[in-house]
Every structure is written in C-alpha cells, then in structure tokens.
Design a binder for this molecule. Structure first.
Ligand SMILES: O=P(O)(O)OC[C@H]1O[C@](O)(CO)[C@@H](O)[C@@H]1O
Length: 242
C-alpha cells in the first residue's frame, strides 16, 4: 500500500489526474474504472486540463463507472451518467460508446447487472480503478454487510449513504433507495486501485479502512489485500493514521 498525503487540494487532484493520464499515455487502450461523488470532481478537472494540453487521448480507452442510482432519468442532473458527462466525458475525446455506466433504468435490473459484468469481462482487466470512500466504508455502493457480493448487483442504499448524498438533491426523499454497483470482487480484480479521500469527516473511516481489521463491516478494508493500492489523502483525512 502506498499512501500519499497532500497539504493542498489542488496538488492532490493534480497528482491523481497525473496517475490516470499517465496510464492512458503509456497504454492507449487503457481500461479505466471511474467513480463519482464529490471527491473526484477536482481530479477530473485536471484530467481535462491535461487532455486540453494535448498530453493524452482517450480515443482508444474504455471506461466503466462503479455505480448508478436506480430509477433516476438519464438526464436527471444527479444521475451518474449526467455527472460523468458534466465533469469528464463532454470535455475529452472518449467515444461515448466506450464509456460504460450501469443502466439504472433497465427493465430487468438483474439482467442489466449480468450485461455489465460481461462488458467488463470482455474488456479484459481494468488497468486502474478510481475509488472514493463512503463514511460507512462503502466502495462503489458496496455497503457494510455480513457478506459482500463479488459481481455487479442491485443494492439497497444505507440510510447513512442516502443522508450523505442528500446534499446533491433538494431533499432526502428524492435520493433513490437503490443503486446498481460493481461488486467488490470486480473492484479487487483491477490491476491498480487509486483510492482518494478528503476531509476530516472521513478521518475515522480512513483509519478503519487502511489500518483496521479486514471485515465486510467496512468494505474498504478489503482493499488492504490488493497488491497495488495507491491512496491519496488530504491532511484532514489522514489525521487519524498516526
Ligand atoms: O465523494 P463523496 O461524495 O464523499 O462520496 C463517497 C463515495 O460514495 C459514492 O457516492 C457512492 O458510490 C461514491 O461515488 C463516492 O466515492
């Protein structure tokens, strides 16, 4: 595990973006696993900057997003499809046919999960999986549970997760109850994982995830078993690591 701590948000975002654009520079056919939420917004800005500076092209890359809410229209501003267009896809040369996000409006969600796993399998191994961290230790939308699910599946969102994400909606009632998420098995199969965490409110869960026991009660703790885990933290998020 490689942990880097940053004094400035800009430096953290720039470093994270640099790791991702570096992968695309060395492997034009890179397969990237992407995340949403508040954390990676700044990092995506630097990827767009690097792209605009001509440092990388995504023409031959393929991307897979971790998750999507169930039941939000595609053009709803808080759907992860809309988020990805707003923060990344509309600004780079990645063909939209190579940018995959689970369809939260599929008539048969279970079939959609199988379709998504097949797409990932057919693309080969994910070269880099970008991850944020939920306050309860979730990665993607893999919530704490007695057992974690390996592949893409439908998940009931934890109340804590809905409350945390209510800031993006007019009220908590509008936050969907369910999501589709890549499973922990797929996440752990990536060649490299880039976990990015910011803020004092995540200091405790960072400590549990990276230094605590490996347990399904904290899905992110399973990342400790990954051979190429890179973690980017701001000082506040790193404050309990000692
Ligand atoms: O970055 P945030 O908004 O704190 O969210 C934490 C995590 O929870 C999610 O919203 C759920 O997948 C992720 O997108 C994010 O990585």
């Amino acid at each position: 595990m490689n942990i880097l701590t940053f004094d400035s948000d800009e430096k953290l975002n720039e470093a994270g973006a640099g790791i991702i654009t570096g992968i695309v520079q060395t492997n034009r056919r890179a397969v990237l696993g992407l995340a949403t939420g508040g954390t990676p917004v700044g990092l995506y800005k630097y990827i767009v900057r690097d792209y605009e500076r001509g440092m990388c092209s995504f023409k031959n890359a393929t991307t897979f997003n971790l998750d999507e809410y169930v039941g939000l229209p595609d053009d709803h501003p808080e759907s992860y499809r809309a988020y990805m267009r707003q923060h990344l896809f509309d600004h780079i040369d990645l063909p939209i046919s190579q940018a995959h996000i689970p369809n939260g409006n599929a008539p048969d969600p279970e079939a959609e999960c199988r379709r998504y796993d097949d797409l990932i399998d057919n693309a080969g191994q994910i070269d880099l999986q970008l991850l944020g961290l939920g306050h309860n230790g979730h990665i993607g939308f893999n919530e704490p549970a007695h057992a974690l699910i390996r592949a893409t599946h439908v998940v009931e969102l934890a109340e804590e997760t809905r409350q945390a994400n209510a800031r993006f909606f007019d009220s908590i009632d509008q936050v969907p109850q369910q999501a589709l998420t890549m499973g922990v098995g797929t996440i752990l199969k990536a060649k490299m994982i880039l976990l990015v965490v910011k803020g004092a409110d995540k200091a405790d869960i960072v400590q549990r995830a990276l230094r605590g026991p490996i347990t399904t009660d904290c899905p992110a703790s399973l990342l400790q078993t990954h051979p190429h885990l890179n973690v980017l933290l701001d000082r506040a998020a790193a404050s309990r690591l000692g």
